[in-house]
Design a binder for this molecule. Structure first.
Ligand code: BJ8
Length: 430
């Protein structure tokens, strides 16, 4: 499929992309993908061909669709956090694109703008935003930031010098009634901002339809994750992660269809006892900071050592689909916004305090997915997840799970020591 790609250069030039840097990026990605996905895996589900195509054509088909939609008058809205509801964007006939960066390739553009002790995700996202190497950034009409962690909060101020950025204020203590009330007001303010940008008026019908559509996408992804509870596991952790990563920027209708087909195949595999590894392979639950595409580092290290990652308690994993709408969503915009607020406040991100739900989630998931061990994964300099990892390690061990904490970034410099430590951890698992 990669050989059949049309010539996308005119489109990239039109978007103002830094072609030389972009070529370097696109030369590196297929090689990494081939090593990590094609050469090191066996018996992959046949429906993964769709995701292979999507990665092979990462800046092609989808970007051309976005460009066409813009020519037809639609707006493209970039987001960086799971707390920004796609439902509102879709209901206003706009297109949402999740933009976090998962590679240090773009750091050349953010160097000097940020202190060195900032997490790799922020450096990468800011670099992509400023360096004109990412057509998804280039095509957006508006970026929506949020007040989750301190690093992101301040990064939006820098990004705002290059692109229009709207900040949504997410509460810090979400369990308080006044925090819920404030979040509802923030959602309403977001609606007003997006109405202004799109030139469209939100109606209850449009919002309800969008909520049903995005909820359907989440439910299909949940089916894929549910299949990963089986032993032998029907899909690798790498492929499970890739499916999650792509949901952030691909067309929601296509995602519903393609994830649905993959889920059908996986459920059939489970019935037939077909796996990508042998039964009784060591099973790992990974929990921590999100892994934006193409961050496949830990999955590759773990899975080339004969173990398998069975789930990710991350925003590019179970947090994406875990919390769902109440059955009765309501009929008015006010009802629906409340329903949205409750669903989104159910996401257990370390930026919130207290965040007791995350510990409960990890223990529940470790049991449901029959994990032999838990890896707590933190990007260097991510204070919220790093601090939570200290307490979580103790609590999870107390609950009987072997735990291994990893602090790392996007570079390959620490792969040697990490390999040794991961090997030692896997060996001690029963
Ligand atoms: S809901 S996890 S997507 S905030 S890794 S930038 S926290 S310093 S990404 Fe996140 Fe929303 Fe929470 Fe999810 Fe800051 Fe940490 Fe960096 Fe992070």
């Amino acid at each position: 499929m990669i050989e059949e790609k049309p010539d996308w250069y005119p489109m990239w030039r039109e978007l103002g992309i830094h072609i030389e840097k972009h070529d370097e990026l696109l030369a590196a990605l297929p090689n990494a993908f081939k090593t990590i996905y094609i050469d090191s895996q066996i018996n992959r589900p046949k429906n993964m061909a769709f995701w292979d195509f999507i990665v092979g054509d990462i800046h092609g088909l989808r970007v051309s669709e976005l460009k066409k939609a813009k020519e037809e008058g639609k707006k493209v809205i970039g987001t960086f956090c799971l707390y920004i509801p796609d439902e509102i964007i879709v209901a206003l006939d706009a297109i949402g694109v999740g933009l976090c960066g998962g590679t240090n390739f773009s750091n050349f553009a953010s160097e000097g703008l940020l202190p060195t002790n900032i997490c790799a995700l922020i450096k990468s996202a800011l670099g992509f935003g400023i360096g004109n190497v990412c057509p998804y950034f280039a095509i957006t009409d508006l970026l929506i930031g949020e007040t989750t962690c301190d690093g992101k909060k301040k990064a939006w101020e820098i990004l705002n010098d290059y692109k229009p950025v709207y900040i949504m204020e997410t509460p810090q203590c979400k369990t308080r009634p006044q925090a819920r009330a404030h979040f509802i007001e923030e959602l309403k303010a977001l609606i007003i901002k997006l109405e202004e940008v799109t030139g469209k008026k939100l109606t209850a019908d449009k919002l309800k339809n969008a909520m049903e559509k995005i909820s359907k996408k989440r439910k299909q992804l949940k089916r894929v994750y549910n299949a990963r509870k089986a032993d032998p596991v029907p899909i690798s952790g790498k492929d499970g992660l890739l499916v999650s990563q792509v949901t952030f920027y691909d067309d929601p209708d296509r995602q519903i269809e393609m994830i649905g087909k993959l889920a059908d195949e996986l459920e059939q595999r489970v019935k037939n006892g077909v796996g990508v590894t042998n039964k009784d392979t060591k099973r790992i639950l990974l929990s921590g900071t999100p892994m934006a595409i193409p961050n496949w580092k830990i999955h590759h290290l773990v899975e080339t050592k004969g173990a398998v990652i069975v789930a990710e308690e991350t925003c590019t994993g179970t947090r994406y689909f875990q919390s769902e709408f109440e059955e009765k969503m309501g009929e008015t915009i006010d009802d629906l916004v409340e329903c949205l607020a409750d669903r989104y406040l159910g996401i257990n991100c370390a930026c919130f305090t207290p965040n007791i739900g995350r510990k409960e989630d990890i223990i529940r998931l470790a049991k449901e997915y029959k994990a032999d061990g838990i890896i707590l994964y933190t990007l260097n300099f991510c204070q919220p997840y790093d601090i939570e990892a200290v307490g979580l390690e103790k609590e999870l061990k107390k609950a009987g799970f072997p735990v291994f904490s990893i602090n790392t970034d996007y570079s390959s410099d620490d792969e040697g020591p990490l390999n040794t430590r991961i090997e030692a951890f896997l060996e001690m698992l029963k």
